[in-house]
Write a protein that binds this ligand. Sequence first.
Ligand SMILES: Nc1ncnc2c1ncn2[C@@H]1O[C@H](COP(=O)(O)OP(=O)(O)OP(=O)(O)O)[C@@H](O)[C@H]1O
Length: 595
Amino acid sequence: MQLDAPQSKAHLIWHYFWQNRLSYSLAILFILLVNWLQVEIPLMVKTAIDLLMANVADNQDALMSSVWMIIGASLVLIVIRTLSRMFGLNPGRFVEAQLKNDLFAKLNRLTDSFHSANNSGKLISIINNDISGIRLFFGIGFMQLFNIIFALSFTPFYMWRISPSLTVYSFLPIIFAFAIYRIGFVKMRKLWTDRMHSLQGLSEQLVHFLSGMDVIKAEHMGPWVQNEIAQANQELLDITVKIQRIQVFIMPVLDYANQMMKILILGLGAVMVLNAELTVGEITAFLSYSVMLAVPFGGLGRILSVIQMGMVSIESVMTILNSKIDPTNLKRLSEADSNAIQRSTLKVNNLSYRYPNSESDEPTLKNISFELPQGKKLGILGSVGSGKTTLVNCLNHLYDLEPGMLIYGEHDITDWSRHDWHKQVRTITQDPYLFSATLNENVKFGSEHNANAPTLSVEEAIAAAQLSSDVERFAEQGNTMVGEKGIMLSGGQKQRVSIARALYTPADILILDNVLSAVDYDTERAIMSELSSKLVDRSLVVVSHRVSALQEMDEILVLKEGEIIARGTHSELLKTSSYYQQTWELQQNDQEASA
Ligand SMILES: Nc1ncnc2c1ncn2[C@@H]1O[C@H](COP(=O)(O)OP(=O)(O)OP(=O)(O)O)[C@@H](O)[C@H]1O
């Protein structure tokens, strides 16, 4: 079952604990048996020693059966300890995998505003570092915790049964050590939180620098980048050293107390043996128990680090799991409703938009209105910063809009989940993203889960996007790997792969945001003509700086400072809009010069 919005850390822990209840139950059972056998074996040793100290000849049979029991119990101990580790450690791995799925599912449903507030470097750090911390918490953390709880309840009880007074005296150093240990524990919690923030910061910086590596090299920013990374690294190192100092000096204090305990037992125990208050066998068993306590005390130092790191990591993961999803995004249209609304008219009514983080009161888009019936081709022209991309992001409802601004058929888009709207509208951005896979796979990606069945073959889509001659030159044609983010391809090739992807499974409305900027005029013309012929009954919105790309559109909107200042066909605008006419003439001159 998927976890969404846990109310508290306890809720999250319980959810995954319950999911792995079978493993944990078996682990608890085996850990209980291990701890019980561990305290029983010294009793068997005690009996054997006391028999030895008495007359060996008289007790030979009893002694032999005692030795065999010790051997048998030790062998059983090995087997059940292995089983306890297996069932105790597995849940950590299961929780890690489940939590990653839950996080990805949530990230997929969160809106643009979440992703702008939480950059990918921070998210990568949460998914890698914090989830590893949680894996340790649910694996070794829980296992050792059960171990310590059982060990610290069985062992002192068995010691008490041998000698209550010696137990009280021998535990005095432990009580004192716990007081010191608590100080370290409190300090560690703050340091783990600082370390998590520092790791997230470093990861953010690394992602920024790695994505801008070309610019860094070209503009000789290497020394500055190295310095920034070195500083972040130093900060992380300082915190880690402080944690290590506490781990080395304060956390082992229980270990030291355990040594003190043994000295006390030897000293006081010897006196008690001399006074005939204890037998040699009893003092040997008592000493064995104190030696056994070294494991849980040593473990306590390590395990509390794991638990603290896990709790800090859980807090961090909860910032994602508890991020609010727009309630409309949780609704889903039925298959029948989704089919019924296909091929409707999109109406944009007085659309205005202001960026929430904008310092100006002035909206970026002002009162934009137009209609886009199915099959209509709409062009949008505007100078740099006039609001074209903002309009595209409003049309595909990436940004939050007021009710009534976007109507599709009879439906208000702001009442729909974005998921349902994106089945009808597909946007190709000016910065196309390719996955590290083959070229053909990049064309097909997402099509298996797309409501629209492919209308073309991959080869046809590639040909319509004017990419066939490029693909033929690649070593393995369509099966050539394009590298991370399509690094093996030129900007124009990447744009054409994303056009081929849109043509492969066409949606009702296709929006191209400046995607033809990196191709020459002839290719642009050929692509536009293919788009018109392949998408006859679909709507097309083409945003471009180039008038040539918009010439054949049914209507062109001219944007300036977020407002429509002119609209009409190419020939109408040449007469009515001086801005359009000047842009056209300037670009005609450029085109002739470059021919
Ligand atoms: N995330 C944002 N937060 C605040 N302001 C923004 C944001 N994105 C864009 N803007 C502002 O909105 C205005 C319009 O930007 P937009 O990207 O829509 O223009 P454009 O016409 O697409 O420009 P270009 O042709 O350069 O792509 C600009 O003044 C820009 O500074």
